[in-house]
Design a protein around this ligand. Structure first.
Ligand code: G6P
Length: 355
């Protein structure tokens, strides 16, 4: 039943729209909102015997490819904040090429929807040989990563058929946010923050349901953009990953040049000055589309010619889950309008299992 398109025309479309449900499944049984005096906590069964080791590790290294790497990048700040452990990022092939430093005191987290990507597997074997604790985050229960890592978490997003990953991305971020909560433990200093994130997680499927209502707006935008040569996507902080992942989706399926950029690299200015970057791009006749939280349009938009996409505001570390949805919809509509195959784009495989 899961591998049926139902009322949708394409798998990618179906998988984008089923995110409120896939996120609910990802969190099922793992978030505990206790009674009046019981604290809110997270239970990740596959990790419980290893949490102490992870907390004591010298470093947490995220390893992945493509969308899975981007999901880890989105979760990195909250993991750093709650665990207090330094977190570094590795694209699997690059780690293997460099034979980069991995030590016994490290926790290496392998993120892979399929659990079978050749580069991620090679990086995993390399980390294992170097004595690191290896954690798998996959969507495929019987996959090599799921079976051979020391411990891990299944994202339980359900089968993902569309070659472009959508619902697995948002479920991966949610699992890594829960991982951050689990590693963060019960430190009093961060209790309020942890509880706010748990409340935010409970509410997330509804917020994603809300942002999916932008479907028609994103289709209109796709009509406006379909003849453009290039789409630059800027983001910073929690949404740097959104910029990379949004651009990746557009490249992967709409076959249009797109680049995700760290917004701070545009002018090397601090966040408070971001407004002036938007103004300058506007003054130089850049065709601007601004994505912002509901209610912020007036303060963010530089003028009437600028298109504004307003999304629901959620707890900061969960914002990437909401913000990627309009970009997934944009990539989808651009592809369909251009007449390309959205579920099996040219020259792209769902998972690359050979070298
Ligand atoms: C390929 C696919 C990407 C995917 C990446 C990682 O490059 O085309 O869409 O994100 O592999 O796949 P994984 O199964 O390891 O998450």
């Amino acid at each position: 039943e899961q591998i049926n398109k139902g009322n949708y025309e394409h798998y990618m479309q179906k998988e984008i729209h089923e995110q409120p449900e896939s996120l609910t499944t990802t969190m099922r049984g793992r978030l505990i909102r206790g009674g009046s005096c019981k604290a809110k906590t997270v239970l990740l069964g596959g990790l419980k015997d290893h949490l102490k080791t992870i907390r004591r590790s010298r470093r947490i290294v995220f390893v992945g490819c493509g969308t899975s790497y981007n999901a880890a990048l989105a979760a990195r700040p909250i993991l750093e904040e709650l665990s207090g452990v330094p977190v570094t990022m590795e694209i699997a092939s690059d780690l293997v090429d460099r034979q980069g430093p991995i030590y016994r005191e490290d926790t290496a987290v392998f993120v892979s929807q399929s659990g079978e990507t050749a580069d991620t597997l090679l990086a995993f074997e390399y980390a294992l040989e170097n004595g690191a604790l290896c954690v798998g985050i996959t969507n495929t229960v019987s996959s090599a990563i799921a079976r051979h890592t020391h411990c891990g978490v299944h994202i339980n997003a359900g089968a993902e058929i569309g070659v472009a990953s959508t619902k697995a991305y948002t479920s991966q971020i949610v699992v890594m946010a829960m991982l951050a909560l689990a590693i963060g433990g019960d430190a009093i200093s961060s209790q309020a923050r942890r509880e706010a994130i748990i409340d935010g997680l409970f509410d997330l499927p509804n917020r994603v349901r809300e942002v999916l209502k932008l479907d028609h707006e994103m289709k209109d935008l796709a009509k406006l953009l379909m003849a453009e040569q290039s789409l630059l996507v800027f983001g910073r902080g929690y949404n740097y990953a959104t910029a990379l992942e949004g651009a990746l989706k557009v490249k992967e399926v709409a076959l249009m040049h797109s680049e995700g950029m760290l917004a701070g690299e545009m002018k090397h200015v601090a966040y408070s000055k971001q407004q002036s970057v938007i103004q300058q791009l506007h003054a130089r006749k850049g065709r601007l589309i601004v994505m912002c939280s509901k209610g912020d349009a007036a303060s963010v938009s530089p003028g009437e010619s600028c298109r504004v996409i307003e999304v629901p505001q959620v707890e900061d570390c969960l914002q990437p889950v909401v913000n990627i949805v309009p970009l997934q919809l944009l990539a989808y509509h651009l592809t369909v309008l251009k007449g390309y195959n959205v579920d099996q784009p040219r020259n792209l495989a769902k998972s690359v299992t050979t070298q």
